[in-house]
Design a protein around this ligand. Structure first.
Ligand code: PLP
Length: 484
């Protein structure tokens, strides 16, 4: 085989060819959007079937772009879960704003590794602007310190890294004194915070998972008690992690009361608002802004309730110095020579990643296109739909509510005459499995107080009241068939 000469190697497409393929791509995207309304939420396929369809040896020679698009159409697109389906009620997974999708395509074309201003001037400025806008949107009241990251888990990790580094610094401990620190989380807090504590090297026995109340909110008395015990044992409280909307039931911890406790104990207050923070735009949840302002850090995910396509989360930090202390390390090959403070700005000095996607463009596009008013309308609509769902549950003797907040409602079907908890659980398992298999609507399960529960989360601008009614009717239909 003769080696090609360098001037024979080019992956470029002519403008005409790029345009032609772009048209085919747009057609496929339009088909995918249409399918979100007309096709099942998830086409039934087994793991081995899908593996058999997609598996092949590493290609040694290239395939034509047209063949590749055809393979996307035939073998990939049909088996992607349609998260933008109006009757998709699973997890905390949003319908992607189509303008965000276009922005993401543009971001890939520009291929900006958003490391620092000197390497990606416009992308860095857009990201910094978006961070300030998001700060404004939720009333955090910071000075623009923060970062776009891959999602809520990464945002929580960044906050925790800042917190433990600050705690060591304030206590005059040498870096790496994690064995002297303690962390306080609710049992209902997101698993990513427990993971963060583990990765940051705080001993498991010093990561307190605190009791919750009947509304599944962290109990301040349990927090006080744990703090006092740990202080007496000579530990340094590094971080208290709260939720403004848990993934499980949407529970909002007593933010203000805990902010007082955090101040008393000089502990970093982090609020995980990955899901729930944007609800602060509504009249009902506007009160959260008061507490957001008091937190040292806040996570919020544009790819959840601000309708951005994955991935994009955001961590807001009140004091930029805390982020720099945790993440700035010198290397010769990344040195910044600019002197102007705007031009000197390095995102890699405030977070884990060096090369980062141009995530700001899609968030900027959505905020510009929809405005705060548009987003408030969409979020209020989702909360109103959750209320409608709650009413349907309350109105039906076979349905039992297990808790609801923000845009999440948990409930279960109780078969007539059912006395055995296991039989009720089994009926609800059958409901979930049947609904997911049939694909007309989609919910995810959870377990609350030992009761297997159906969980509906509404973070879509597409879902209507008729979709919620459809869901309830389906639960009742399948529940009646599944009853023992
Ligand atoms: C409250 C909360 N925190 C953190 C996360 C994790 O976010 P991500 O999946 O974007 O990492 C989620 C995910 O649903 C969440 O609801």
């Amino acid at each position: 085989m003769s080696e090609p000469t360098p001037d024979q190697i080019s992956f470029d497409l002519t403008p005409q060819e790029f345009g032609r393929l772009g048209e085919r791509l747009t057609e496929l995207m339009i088909e995918a959007f249409e399918a979100e309304r007309s096709e099942p939420v998830l086409r039934s396929v087994s793991g081995p079937e899908l593996r058999a369809l997609l598996d092949e040896p590493l290609p040694q020679v290239g395939t034509t772009p047209d063949d590749i698009l055809t393979q996307w159409r035939d073998n990939v697109l049909p088996y992607c879960r349609r998260n933008g389906h109006p009757r998709f009620f699973g997890y905390v997974c949003t319908t992607a704003d189509p303008l965000g999708v276009l922005a993401d395509a543009m971001a890939s074309a520009l291929n900006q590794p958003v490391t620092a201003w000197r390497s990606a001037p416009a992308a860095t400025e857009i990201e910094r602007l978006v961070v300030r806008w998001l700060d404004n949107l939720v009333g955090f009241g910071g000075e623009g310190s923060g970062l776009l990251v891959s999602g809520g888990s990464s945002a929580n990790f960044h906050a925790m890294a800042c917190a433990v580094t600050r705690a060591e610094h304030r206590a005059g401990l040498p870096p790496g004194s994690r064995h002297r620190l303690s962390i306080y989380l609710s049992k209902e807090g997101h698993v990513s915070m427990r993971k963060g504590a583990q990765l940051l090297g705080v001993p498991p026995s010093q990561v307190r998972l605190l009791e919750i109340d009947a509304l599944r909110r962290l109990r301040p008395d349990a927090l006080r008690h744990a703090l006092e015990e740990d202080r007496a044992a000579g530990l340094v409280p590094a971080l208290i992690g709260l939720s403004a909307g848990t993934a499980n039931t949407g529970a909002i911890d007593p933010l203000d009361e805990v902010a007082d406790i955090a101040e008393e104990h000089d502990a970093w207050l982090h609020i995980d608002g990955s899901y729930g923070a944007p609800a602060v735009l509504t009249e009902e949840y506007a009160w959260m802004a008061r507490s957001f302002e008091r937190a040292d850090s806040l996570s919020l995910d544009p790819h959840k309730w601000l309708f951005a396509p994955a991935d994009v989360g955001c961590i807001l930090i009140h004091n930029d110095e805390d982020a720099r202390r945790a993440f700035t390390l010198y290397s010769e090959y990344t040195e910044i020579t600019q002197t102007d403070p705007i031009e000197r700005y390095a995102l890699f000095d405030r977070g884990l990643e060096m090369s980062r996607r141009f995530r700001g463009l899609k968030v900027w596009t959505i905020l510009k296109a929809r405005g705060v008013e548009g987003l408030r309308g969409a979020i209020s609509h989702d909360i109103a739909l959750r209320r409608h769902l709650d009413q349907r549950i309350a109105d039906h003797p076979r349905l039992e509510s297990l808790g609801s907040e923000l845009s999440i409602s948990c409930f279960r079907y109780v078969p007539e005459g059912a006395t055995d908890g296991r039989a009720v659980d089994a009926a609800n398992r059958t409901i979930i499995e049947t609904l997911v298999r049939e694909g007309r609507c989609y919910m995810s399960p959870t377990t609350l107080e030992g009761k297997y529960s159906l969980r509906a989360c509404i973070v879509s601008f597409r879902t209507q009241q008729s979709d919620v009614d459809f869901l309830v009717d389906e639960v009742l239909r399948v529940g009646a068939l599944a009853a023992p």
